[in-house]
Design a binder for this molecule. Structure first.
Ligand SMILES: Cc1cc2nc3c(=O)[nH]c(=O)nc-3n(C[C@H](O)[C@H](O)[C@H](O)COP(=O)(O)O)c2cc1C
Length: 248
């Protein structure tokens, strides 16, 4: 395995941090990894907000189900979809930018995901740890106001970054086997049910033994329950407030 593949296999979410600050050079390297991420048409449909202020982090923590690692770790990033920049620049060229449609929204989400992954891998390669925070999408209005985000700028996801607490180290979380997720040429359900059952047993053992938050729920129970309801019913209204009514 080369270094890139090793970094990918070693990366895992960390939910216990030391208060140790992140050195300016390392922070800058992760920010640069954000900036260099692939993106649609090189339009660079995102912006990054870097939060280190303790009070602001505390607010973000509150708006993300109180997840304590947001307050513990020294850095919290918010990756935002951003059509405000091209809107302003387009006006100077007499071009009316119309990003209020589903395709533009999905494009921004893709760009955000790619930037997020670049940042996580860069951080891991520097000995830093991360955990993604999707929960911020429950409080988009509040976060937009706190960060001063204009219309057509939408917080997509947060990323906690810092040094892992060595007393609560976890091992990488198992994944579904290839038979359940990778298909050559055409989708094939033959091994799906059995592969998922076997994985459920594997992850039950992992959850029971891991450091920090233990859990007794299996993967199917946890995942299916999550998708048995809409976890973010305010999302459509908050998208509208940010200027995304998603016209046909
Ligand atoms: C879009 C997205 C949102 C996530 N939101 C949260 C979150 O709010 N809180 C959290 O603790 N983990 C969150 N995670 C982390 C996932 O739970 C984690 O990546 C997954 O369980 C796989 O574990 P691993 O990262 O250790 O490999 C999120 C991950 C992604 C990609």
């Amino acid at each position: 395995m080369n270094h890139v593949l090793e970094t990918i296999s070693n990366r895992h979410s960390v939910r216990h941090y030391l208060p140790t600050p992140v050195e300016a050079e390392r922070l800058q390297a992760v920010i640069e990894a954000y900036r260099l991420a692939p993106n649609s048409i090189n339009g660079q449909q995102t912006s990054l907000v870097v939060i280190q202020d303790e009070q602001r982090k505390a607010k973000m923590m509150e708006w993300a189900w109180g997840q304590p690692y947001i307050g513990q770790a020294p850095v919290f990033f918010v990756i935002c979809l951003d059509y405000h920049r091209i809107d302003l620049a387009g006006q100077a060229h007499g071009i009316d930018v119309q990003p209020d449609n589903l395709d533009a929204l999905v494009t921004g989400f893709f760009d955000g995901g790619l930037a997020l992954q670049n940042m996580m891998i860069a951080a891991e390669s520097l000995g830093l740890s991360t955990v993604t925070i999707g929960a911020i999408r429950g409080h988009i209005d509040e976060i937009r106001q706190e960060l001063g985000l204009p219309q057509h700028v939408l917080p997509l996801v947060g990323l906690v970054m810092g040094y892992a607490d060595p007393n609560t180290l976890v091992t990488p979380k198992p994944r579904l086997p290839q038979e359940a997720t990778v298909f050559f040429e055409t989708y094939d359900e033959t091994s799906l049910v059995k592969a998922v059952q076997d994985f459920d047993t594997e992850i039950l053992a992992y959850n029971a033994n891991r450091a920090g938050q233990k859990s007794t729920a299996g993967w199917v129970e946890k995942t299916a329950s999550f998708y048995s309801k809409n976890v973010n019913p305010k999302f459509v209204a908050q998208l509208k407030n940010a200027g995304f009514e998603l016209k046909e």
